[in-house]
Design a protein around this ligand. Structure first.
Ligand SMILES: [Zn+2]
Length: 321
């Protein structure tokens, strides 16, 4: 997955950004926003409106078409677009140079992916996650056709994006299986006492999300699936467990964005024969070791503990010796 300088995504690719915009999304007309007051999740499905307007206005002169796209698609959801694609000019550039040429593909995909069903699945997953973790998720979910930076990921401010145009989103299952992981991030963002973006914090955040998603799926997925590794990649990590865990030691407290990215980017490898996104494995193992020491349900404590406490209580630092 591609990452760009101004954002990092939580999963697969990684995005973190500072958003200066105000919440303008709540009253946008003509789309299907469904605030789910009870669950704390707000759902913005832009996809149908995007396709309808693109089809209707694709042959208009560029200037007029730009105005309609900016007024109807960008500005009502500026909070998300600013974080994901940048200012209106970047959005229009993508619309004109990429999106209109891909309209046929988007329509085919929209026929395979029923976003109303996705919304229902999200609501039920949020309820199950609340029972499982003891915490309610809060945040905004945006579903749309975009520049494909990610299939599913989180921006700061509790914003989740589902970019239907991304190649990894081929059908409903591709999106559905990642939902519990992302809900865990939306819970952790609210419950962790320390939001300082260190390597350790992001490794534990990812590891916990994979661990809880594994529990959520009740044996229907493997740990490798949850880490988004091939089975051979996971097997190599298990064989070289101590060596892999020790990769964290020199960097645990680093808040350097580039170093953090090395631990979660699929394209970065600490060694040629180890998988990318090694922080997912390390984080999962920290949670596993924590649970071994503190009991079967003790992973729930991790949501509200300082990452440093989690690490110490996991016993993993002793494995570095
Ligand atoms: Zn993640």
């Amino acid at each position: 997955m591609k990452t760009t300088a101004h954002f990092i995504l939580w999963s697969f690719a990684f995005i973190m950004l500072v958003i200066n915009g105000q919440a303008k999304e709540t009253q946008a007309a003509g789309t299907r926003e469904k605030p789910d007051g009870a669950s704390g999740i707000v759902w913005f499905d832009l996809s149908g409106k995007q396709l309808r307007l693109m089809e209707q206005y694709q042959d208009l002169p560029a200037e007029e078409r730009d105005r309609i796209m900016a007024d109807s698609i960008y500005h009502p959801y500026a909070l998300m677009w600013e974080g994901y694609i940048g200012p209106p000019a970047s959005f229009l550039n993508w619309k004109n140079n990429t999106a209109f040429g891909e309209l046929g593909q988007y329509k085919e995909k929209a026929a395979r992916i029923d976003t109303d069903s996705l919304h229902r699945y999200l609501d039920s997953a949020v309820a199950i996650m609340k029972t499982l973790t003891g915490y309610a998720a809060e945040g905004k979910w945006y579903v749309f056709f975009g520049p494909k930076w990610t299939n599913l990921g989180g921006l700061s401010g509790g914003i989740m994006v589902v970019d239907l145009a991304n190649i990894a989103n081929q059908d409903m299952q591709d999106i559905i299986r990642a939902i519990p992981h992302e809900i865990s991030h939306q819970i952790y963002a609210r419950t962790t006492p320390d939001s300082s973006p260190t390597v350790l914090e992001s490794v534990i955040n990812e590891g916990l999300a994979c661990y809880v998603s594994y529990l959520f799926h009740e044996g229907r997925t493997s740990i490798a699936n949850e880490l988004n590794y091939r089975h051979e990649e996971y097997a190599i990590c298990r064989e070289r467990d101590a060596e892999v865990l020790a990769l964290l030691q020199p960097y645990a407290d680093s808040a350097d964005g580039e170093v953090r990215t090395r631990f979660r980017h699929r394209g970065y490898r600490f060694a040629e024969d180890l998988p990318g996104a090694i922080g997912y494995y390390i984080g999962f193992r920290i949670v596993e070791e924590y649970v071994k020491r503190h009991g079967k349900d003790s992973w729930r404590q991790i949501y509200s503990l300082h990452p440093q406490q989690v690490l110490e209580r996991s016993g993993v630092p002793a494995m570095w010796q």
